[in-house]
Design a protein around this ligand. Structure first.
Ligand SMILES: Cc1cc2nc3c(=O)[nH]c(=O)nc-3n(C[C@H](O)[C@H](O)[C@H](O)COP(=O)(O)OP(=O)(O)OC[C@H]3O[C@@H](n4cnc5c(N)ncnc54)[C@H](O)[C@@H]3O)c2cc1C
Length: 480
């Protein structure tokens, strides 16, 4: 009896041989790779591989592309949109970058660091700090997300206001293209107009155009002083005015400006061990403000005090808890960073990650809440986030005692239409910082203009003609 081995099986065998036992995860042991962070998706790949070098990544991609297999890159698997989870077709190779953990160079003169894609974000921050510098990207998932995943999703986080999104923190990239070619764009140049800025193609592309294997990151002087306060504010409009004043008063030293409503703080205090409301009175709206500076002589404490006094006089500020120590600062930040976990403990949330021009935030919040109250009066709003850069997490919880899935099976469409339609109408985005993945692909079809969609499809076809890289993610299929 002769058995024929298909080209796909041959390629899989060649990959297993090439990568070796240390780089292969048995599917039965692969739960943490196969299910996304929110447990919305479970993939069924042909193989889970963990290459240990750029050359190995390139070899795997080349073999897959040649044999008609798909490649789904995965970083820390903390993404919210199912971007790193393969489909259930069984012909994808799930490629984890977690063994690409080298820090290739830290340059204290050029203020750059060259790191491999699998380095965990918190590690990148620590390496910068050890060299007396700062890598400012900061997110709630920083203990497990990887720099490659951050760049592939163009992650935002809590310091965008001052330092920009992940995209703005990159000088160069090394990328494995869909046919296995390695593009070496690892330049550490602040000025480089030699043709198109090719790295921008891969930043925020969620692994659909190439696999990022290394990056040259921008570093900054390490802050010498930091002031953090949780401020009870009159409303979101007051918070926005306070932010504008804070930027002026501090000569733009505002690093973070985050919004929390009462409901979010209550959830955190209920579910997160050790979380305590620092105020004796209950307030409706809070802003977490952080100022920081690398100038050793700056009196940030005086600037913060003056800012709060002016805010009080204007009626924007009601009360403030100013951190007096690093431990207190950590406790204030924990109140903000623990909101996702607290929502999960309360039964999960129906999420919308939206942004509007900052000047329209207050209007967006008021009109959005009213529209959802009309569409689903029992939904519990938990709207919080990075208001300093116009990005709100417009989330809703099911009424107490009802399962999230059941409640939003009947109410979800109306709630989403209300929130997303309003955001789009105000000149905003329906995908602010969490990316598109597979979850939000239909939103692009609905909310992006036809010319943008055409350009995206053309780029995908040009860079990945066989649809090898992360198929079914980001780029919407053409309408039949
Ligand atoms: C508690 C919590 C808080 C969060 N807070 C924020 C926040 O404030 N701001 C924010 O933006 N996000 C936030 N996120 C979402 C998430 O952490 C980010 O999207 C993060 O950047 C994903 O990184 P990752 O390494 O986990 O990527 P993964 O989830 O593994 O992958 C994400 C996408 O990138 C692709 N990818 C991964 N690595 C590569 C690579 N090397 N090359 C090419 N493609 C690749 C994957 O295929 C997938 O499409 C949060 C998540 C959690 C759980």
């Amino acid at each position: 009896v002769t058995t024929t081995i298909s080209p796909k099986q041959q390629a899989l065998a060649a990959i297993a041989e090439l990568i070796g036992d240390a780089g292969i995860v048995a599917l039965d042991d692969g739960e943490r790779y196969l299910v996304d962070h929110r447990s919305l998706y479970r993939g069924r790949p042909a193989l889970i591989v963990r290459p240990a070098s750029t050359a190995e990544v390139a070899d795997v991609v080349k073999l897959c592309n040649g044999a008609g297999l798909k490649v789904v890159p995965q970083g820390g698997n903390t993404g919210y949109c199912g971007g790193a989870t393969p489909d259930t077709g069984g012909d994808a190779v799930l490629l984890s970058l977690e063994r690409l953990r080298g820090v290739r160079e830290v340059d204290p003169v050029g203020y750059t660091m060259t790191v491999e894609a699998g380095v965990v974000l918190a590690e990148v921050q620590r390496h910068a700090e050890a060299a007396d510098m700062l890598f400012p990207l900061s997110l709630g998932s920083e203990g497990s997300c990887q720099i490659g995943g951050n760049l592939a999703t163009n992650a935002g986080g809590t310091a965008v206001l001052r330092f920009g999104n992940a995209r703005e923190l990159v000088l160069g990239l090394e990328v494995v293209l869909a046919d296995g070619t390695v593009w070496n764009g690892l330049r550490a140049l602040r000025k480089d107009n030699a043709g198109y800025d090719l790295k921008q193609l891969f930043l925020g592309a969620e692994g659909t155009l190439g696999i990022i294997t290394a990056a040259v990151l921008k570093l900054f002087p390490k802050p010498r002083a930091r002031e953090t306060a949780l401020v009870a504010v009159a409303d979101v409009d007051a918070a926005c005015r306070l932010l504008a004043l804070a930027r002026r008063e501090s000569a733009d030293a505002v690093t973070s400006f985050e919004y929390l409503p009462r409901f979010a703080l209550d959830l955190v205090c209920r579910h997160i061990e050790g979380a305590v409301d620092p105020f004796t009175e209950r307030h409706r709206h809070y802003a977490l403000i952080e100022l920081s500076t690398a100038a050793s002589a700056a009196r940030l404490d005086e600037q913060l005090r003056s800012l709060l006094e002016q805010g009080l006089e204007a009626g924007w500020v009601i009360d403030a808890a100013v951190a007096q120590s690093e431990a207190q600062r950590g406790r204030l930040w924990r109140l903000r960073e623990s909101v996702p976990e607290a929502q999960r403990a309360e039964g999960g949330s129906f999420k919308h990650d939206v942004s509007v021009p900052p000047a329209r935030l207050a209007e967006f919040l008021t009109r959005g809440l009213a529209a959802v109250a009309a569409a689903a009066p029992e939904a519990r709003a938990c709207v919080y986030g990075h208001i300093g850069d116009g990005n709100l997490h417009f989330n809703f919880l099911a009424p107490p005692g009802q399962a999230l899935k059941d409640f939003f099976a009947s109410h979800g469409e109306r709630v989403s239409d209300a929130v997303l339609g309003l955001a789009a109408g105000l000149g905003g985005s329906v995908c602010a910082e969490h990316g598109v993945g597979q979850l939000k692909r239909p939103l692009l079809t609905r909310y992006l203009d036809p010319v943008s969609l055409r350009l995206m499809r053309q780029m995908k076809a040009a860079l990945d003609p066989n649809d090898t890289l992360n198929p079914g993610k980001v780029v919407p299929p053409p309408v039949p």
